[in-house]
Ligand binder design. Structure first.
Ligand SMILES: Cc1ncc(C[n+]2csc(CCOP(=O)(O)OP(=O)(O)O)c2C)c(N)n1
Ligand SMILES: [Mg+2]
Length: 542
């Protein structure tokens, strides 16, 4: 049914039609008609204090809700402020729709000094997301939104940028809505499933490697792991897809020497929804002695970093289900499965002990912190981490989580400033769940303004700041290289550092200084029930 709408209404109506109920963003002169339409369609705005924060919050929202996040900014500097978040979402395959106005349709390409003018905004964004599209008319908006959602949800999730010329956001035209396109669930052909099933059936020492692409496949993944009796290792983004308390869960962190040994000794490795990327493996590719089978939704990525013997291109959940069915007819009386089950559990137990030992060595400096946090991590808990040592040397392998998307971490982009806004997005997506942000004293300052956003929302969000007086990772690298140590100190508690507890208070949050990590169990528990965010400032020595 054709309706008369301005561009802002057409945009918001199309978002609404695709199930969007929340957008993260900041209004500006150029996107007012879009903001005006949001309440008309009952869409909630989460107002951040910087567009980078809006982008990371939309990313956290998307990871936890399993639905695309939406980041609505104004033009030029505003959308460019969100660019780091767009790049981060791309590198971790997170579906986030970035929407901004563009310069008007009659704007001279050579430039004329227009407000927020950027030489080629679409090209700037297009080089970091799946694609950036500039609509040519109001009537095109519903189709452009439908196409963006199809791209974000129909295959490998990636961010998309939509640019709507600012005069079209204001102009009224006849608009024909476009209903969401349902993309069929991709399953590999039977012959390939049979080939994989044959290998897995014969496997004596199978191992599953699980990445973020398996986040929506927790049930089938667990069922297949149990059916095979296969120990399960995960990447950072796959952490928690199998409850880390499950007997077959070895843990997270493919870089750990014990993880590498387990995978390299396996006779069949089934990798599900992971790129096996350098940012997962850290110290170079695995040298597998066994046979590799991969499941990936992205046909172009199923050979990335390692070309498997069997390439299963399909949706992780549907493919795991189909694989289980291909295995079942032969398992017959179930003895086969029981045999492997007990053997697999024993292998997983040994591997888990080895991974925990690795994690204890790597995370020694944060041992007390992680021990104090462990009791507050329940089945709902989401840890939103930043690119700080306590997260990647500590929590990644040393703090168990129990749910998919239980660990939000900027794996591919490695960007500082992700953790706090991602935690806000997660808490907005699941207000009843426990969400805990963990940041360094360096990283928090990149998006510290979002404490005010979280306070305004009244989020019961503990924000742990592990303060080692600077850019610890970089300081260590400089020392290791024998370089002069420079530009890494952010002040000490005695001199020049930020009083994060006082800062929290000034931003409408609670703020507490933690002198003994053991206090964290009680402080985090209290913060999870508070009327606003609580910054837990933990000065440390290293
Ligand atoms: C946006 C961005 N800028 C710079 C870097 C480089 N970098 C990586 S780790 C790091 C130090 C982070 O300090 P902090 O958050 O305090 O964590 P710590 O290393 O002390 O644990 C820096 C500057 C980065 N990863 N991302
Ligand atoms: Mg630091």
């Amino acid at each position: 049914m054709t309706v008369q709408q301005n561009g802002g209404q057409a945009l918001v109506a199309a978002l609404h039609a695709h199930g969007v109920d929340t957008v993260f963003g900041i209004p500006g002169t150029h996107n007012l008609s879009a903001f005006a339409a949001l309440p008309e369609f009952g869409i909630r705005t989460v107002l951040t204090r910087h567009e980078q924060g809006a982008g990371y919050a939309a990313d956290g929202y998307a990871r936890v809700s399993g639905r695309p996040g939406v980041c609505l900014t104004t033009s030029g500097p505003a959308i460019l402020n969100a660019a780091a978040a767009a790049a981060q979402a791309w590198s971790d395959s997170v579906p986030v729709l970035f929407v901004s106005p563009g310069l008007p349709t009659d704007h001279p390409g050579l430039g004329n000094g227009y407000l927020h003018e950027v030489r080629d905004q679409r090209a700037a964004m297009g080089s970091i997301v799946a694609y950036s599209h500039r609509v040519g008319s109001v009537a095109e908006i519903p189709r452009a939104v439908a196409a963006a959602f199809t791209a974000m949800t129909g295959g490998r999730p990636r961010p998309v940028h939509l640019e709507i010329p600012l005069d079209l956001l204001e102009a009224t035209a006849a608009v024909e809505p476009v209903a969401p396109v349902r993309v069929p669930t991709a399953v590999p052909p039977p012959a390939e499933l049979d080939a994989a099933a044959r290998l897995l059936r014969a496997a004596q020492r199978p191992v599953l490697l699980v990445g973020g692409g398996a986040k929506a496949a927790a049930g089938p993944l667990r069922a297949l792991a149990e059916r095979l009796g296969a120990p399960v290792l995960t990447t950072a983004n796959g952490k928690g897809v199998l409850d880390e308390d499950h007997p077959l869960a070895v843990g997270a962190g493919l870089h750990q020497p014990s993880a590498r040994r387990l995978a390299e000794d396996a006779d069949v490795v089934l990798a599900v929804g992971t790129e096996l990327a350098p940012s997962d493996l850290w110290t170079g590719p695995y040298t597998l002695t066994g046979i590799l089978v991969r499941i990936d939704i992205d046909a172009a990525a199923v050979t990335t970093n390692a070309d498997p013997a069997v390439r299963l291109v399909g949706d992780a959940a549907a493919t795991l289900d189909a694989l289980a069915k291909s295995l079942d007819p032969v398992s017959g009386n179930g003895c086969y499965s029981d045999h492997y089950h007990s053997q697999g559990r024993a292998r997983a137990e040994v591997a888990r002990a080895a991974l925990r030992a690795d994690a204890a060595v790597e995370g020694a400096a944060w041992r007390e912190i992680l021990a104090a946090l462990a009791p507050v991590v329940d089945g709902s808990t989401v840890i939103a981490g930043d690119s700080t040592m306590v997260c990647y040397y500590g929590a990644l392998s040393g703090l168990a989580v129990h749910r998919p998307a239980g660990f939000l971490y900027p794996t591919g982009g490695g960007t500082l400033g992700y953790g706090l806004p991602a935690a806000i997005g997660a808490k907005v997506a699941e207000p009843q769940s426990r969400v805990l942000a963990i940041l360094g004293d360096g990283g928090i300052m990149f998006t510290v303004a979002e404490l005010a956003a979280a306070a305004q929302l009244g989020l019961a969000l503990p924000v742990l700041v592990v303060d080692n007086g600077g850019y610890g990772e970089i300081r260590n690298e400089m020392i290791d290289r024998g370089d002069p140590v420079t530009a890494v100190d952010l002040g000490s508690v005695e001199f020049g550092s930020v009083d994060f507890a006082a800062l929290a208070g000034a931003m409408g949050c609670h703020g507490v200084r933690i002198d003994d990590p053991a206090e964290l169990t009680a402080s985090v528990t209290k913060a999870l029930a508070a009327d606003r965010p609580t910054v837990l400032w933990l000065p440390t020595s290293g």
